[in-house]
Ligand binder design. Structure first.
Ligand SMILES: [Zn+2]
Length: 175
């Protein structure tokens, strides 16, 4: 019982004892992450990666959630990043105890720093086992979080790209 209740607070020992595993949690995607100069890119054309899958563990309930995240940016800072590197940024922030909302914000802001652009967006949809298996038992409910910054926040065309494939049964936040 104590073990169940401990899910309501952060407890490293659960991971140390192998109750929860992060087999690849030590991966550091920072290495080799920096992109090339964006000479051949138009600074006004959107770069997007849609449908990056991830699995994480809810920090409140210590139960897994799985989802996809769409990310996009304008290379207005003159830098681009290899598309596979974006998946590694998602990896970096999902392979730990997390909240979906925070993953979305962290991915957007990290990407913005890497490409030195204020025009970044990330939209995520995930199914939380803490919602489907306990409490209100919403088996098919998904949660959508988004972080839209700069030009992307004010341009519905860019936002349509970012919300591609997102069914949005329940909007958790939009900021
Ligand atoms: Zn939860």
């Amino acid at each position: 019982m104590a073990e169940l209740l401990s899910g309501y607070s952060y407890d490293d020992s659960l991971i140390e004892r192998g109750v929860f595993e992060f087999p690849d949690g030590d991966v550091d995607p920072d290495e080799d992450l920096w992109g090339a100069d964006a000479e051949s890119f138009s600074r006004n054309s959107l770069v997007s990666v849609i449908g990056i899958e991830y699995t994480s563990v809810c920090q409140h309930h210590l139960m897994p959630f799985t989802g996809v995240i769409n990310v996009a940016y304008l290379p207005s800072g003159g830098r681009v990043i290899g598309l596979s590197k974006i998946a590694r940024i998602v990896w970096k922030y999902s392979r730990r105890l997390q909240f979906q909302e925070r993953i979305t914000k962290q991915v957007a802001s990290y990407l913005g720093n890497v490409v030195q652009s204020p025009d970044v967006g990330a939209v995520s949809e995930a199914v939380h086992s803490c919602v489907s298996c306990r409490g209100v038992k919403q088996m098919r409910s998904s949660t959508v979080t988004s972080c839209l910054l700069g030009e992307i926040r004010s341009n519905p065309v860019y936002q349509r790209v970012l919300f591609e494939g997102i069914s949005g049964k329940k909007e958790m936040s939009n900021d």
